[in-house]
Design a protein around this ligand. Structure first.
Ligand SMILES: NC(=O)C1=CN([C@@H]2O[C@H](COP(=O)(O)OP(=O)(O)OC[C@H]3O[C@@H](n4cnc5c(N)ncnc54)[C@H](O)[C@@H]3O)[C@@H](O)[C@H]2O)[C@@H](O)CC1
Ligand SMILES: [K+]
Length: 461
């Protein structure tokens, strides 16, 4: 999987900064660098628009004083309103270098541009209600708004809102993304996210999901070389049909639907095998050419479904477990190397109420189960047992409709058959699913994603 922008927690960010300082980087120099990067972004977008900087008592506020000074140096009419007394060495230095007046946050008048440098990664509790209300009021009154590093009031590591947070036009993340930039609810409060490079070394563990690079078939490829997928059917035909059709459009070479009902619907390219009995299912799975097997969509939850799941769990192929399979299975039964696609309810049922952020929970579940976890939602977190994590955020909210999970599961199985790499396949599938939804526009149904998938794939070749 292509590595995207790194995501660091508040503590990891402090460690990374400390490592730079230990290596001889100047503390205040880093603040100047961060402030300069943010000022450049604001200047390019806003030019000479009048600007109000809100500066807090810590280093986030210090960034704000640097930004104010640099914008004013370019002729921007800038005012500064401060909250509390600058308490860090660097922020005091940044304040001293600002040679304009400092207004009271409680009485400052609004401006066309609002820059929130109240709190960043050091926020430890919600803002005082009067301060949060002032932030919302001044941000709402501005036609352009910027959050420096983070919107003040969001919890860096979890994306929770600790107090009322206004909607910002742009958030300028400093040095690395933080979980709150991608996790909900915080992610909903920023329309556009940019990350300014200030020389923080990249971590190789947790990233934002990047657009994948896919490979087109070569001259020597044939349907089995490109990956044979089996989709196990069950009580509800539609779900396995959707999944099979998505797998067939994932780049895999061939898809078989191992149907419980013997009915042949869907694309003619999909082979329907009559696997209504557990024995027949076993025979169908007894094929060394199978590169992946998907079970769960439309499987059912009764004893028959359980028997079909048992047969799949014992088949020895690479597995994708979705939907009903996630309700039927226990953690100890999950085969190493499988891919699981739980939404919130399925995740909690399977792994319990794990502590920490969605990233922490996904990572713990992957380590515990030995499987790649796609913890689905408006923010989807993909975690591997070795600790790698990719976070996809900003998926179309129109995806919250019946059957889109079946399409995703089919895509995951398809990409797993193509690549044989569970973590990469999970990332590719989540990306393609999101892009297919973007292309489908508004009010689509899950079937419509099947039509937009080929274009989503073509865009990544
Ligand atoms: N260390 C550095 O030189 C750099 C720091 N950077 C900036 O520094 C920020 C982190 O700075 P800090 O660690 O100083 O933290 P913050 O500036 O986010 O704020 C911490 C201060 O606010 C207080 N506080 C926390 N929650 C509060 C609340 N609800 N109400 C009132 N006071 C509250 C804390 O006790 C502390 O004094 C980053 O987000 C980033 O903007 C960047 O400029 C990169 C360089
Ligand atoms: K801020």
């Amino acid at each position: 999987m292509t590595a995207g922008t790194p995501i660091l927690t508040a503590a990891q960010m402090r460690d990374a900064e400390q490592a730079l300082f230990d290596a001889g980087v100047d503390d205040y120099g880093l603040m100047e660098k961060a402030g300069a990067a943010a000022a450049e972004i604001i200047w390019r977008a806003g030019g000479h628009r009048d600007t109000l900087l809100l500066c807090g008592p810590g280093n986030n506020g210090g960034d704000g004083f640097v930004i104010a000074r640099l914008l004013r140096g370019r002729g921007v009419p800038v005012r500064v309103a401060a909250l509390g007394t600058s308490g860090t060495v660097s922020s005091r230095r940044a304040l001293a270098a600002w040679d304009g007046p400092v207004e009271d946050l409680a009485t400052a008048a609004p401006a066309t541009q609002l820059v929130d440098a109240l709190f960043g990664t050091g926020l430890s509790r919600g803002l005082d209600p009067a301060v949060a209300a002032r932030l919302c009021e001044l941000t709402g009154a501005a036609s352009r708004s910027y959050a420096i590093d983070l919107p003040s009031g969001v919890e860096t590591d979890s994306g929770a809102l600790l107090s009322a947070v206004p909607h910002f036009g742009v958030c300028i993340a400093l040095g690395a993304l933080k979980p709150a930039h991608l996790l909900y609810p915080a992610a909903d409060y920023v329309a556009r996210l940019v990350c300014a490079d200030i020389g923080i070394p990249a971590s190789d563990r947790v990233h934002r999901l990047m657009p994948p690079r896919l490979r087109a078939p070569g001259a020597a490829d044939h349907k089995y070389a490109r990956g044979l997928v089996a989709v196990v059917g069950g009580a509800m035909t539609g779900a396995s049909l959707l999944a099979a059709q998505a797998a067939a459009r994932s780049g895999a070479g061939m898809v078989r639907r191992l149907a419980a009902d013997g009915l042949r619907h869907g694309a003619d390219a999909i082979v329907t095998q009559d696997a209504g009995t557990v024995e027949a299912l076993g025979c169908s799975l007894d094929d060394g050419r199978l590169a992946s097997v998907l079970v769960g969509p439309g499987l059912g939850r009764d004893a028959v479904a359980r028997a079909r799941l048992d047969m799949v769990l014992g088949c020895g192929h690479r597995l994708v477990l979705d939907a009903d399979a996630l309700t039927l299975i226990g953690i100890e039964e999950i085969p190493d190397g499988a891919i699981l696609t739980p939404h919130e309810g399925e995740f909690v049922r399977l792994f319990g109420d794990l502590p920490g952020s969605k990233i922490d929970r996904a990572r713990a579940a992957a380590a515990r189960s030995g499987a790649v976890i796609i913890y689905k939602g408006a923010d989807s977190v993909i975690a591997a047992p070795d600790g790698r994590v990719a976070v996809a955020s900003g998926a179309s909210h129109w995806l919250s409709t019946a059957g889109t999970g079946d399409v995703l599961a089919g895509l995951v199985a398809g990409r797993l058959a193509v690549t044989g790499d569970a973590f990469a396949a999970a990332g590719e599938a989540v990306w393609l699913h999101g892009d297919a939804a973007r292309r489908a526009g508004a009010a689509f149904i899950a079937d419509d994603l099947l039509a937009t998938l080929p274009a989503a794939i073509a865009a990544r070749l």
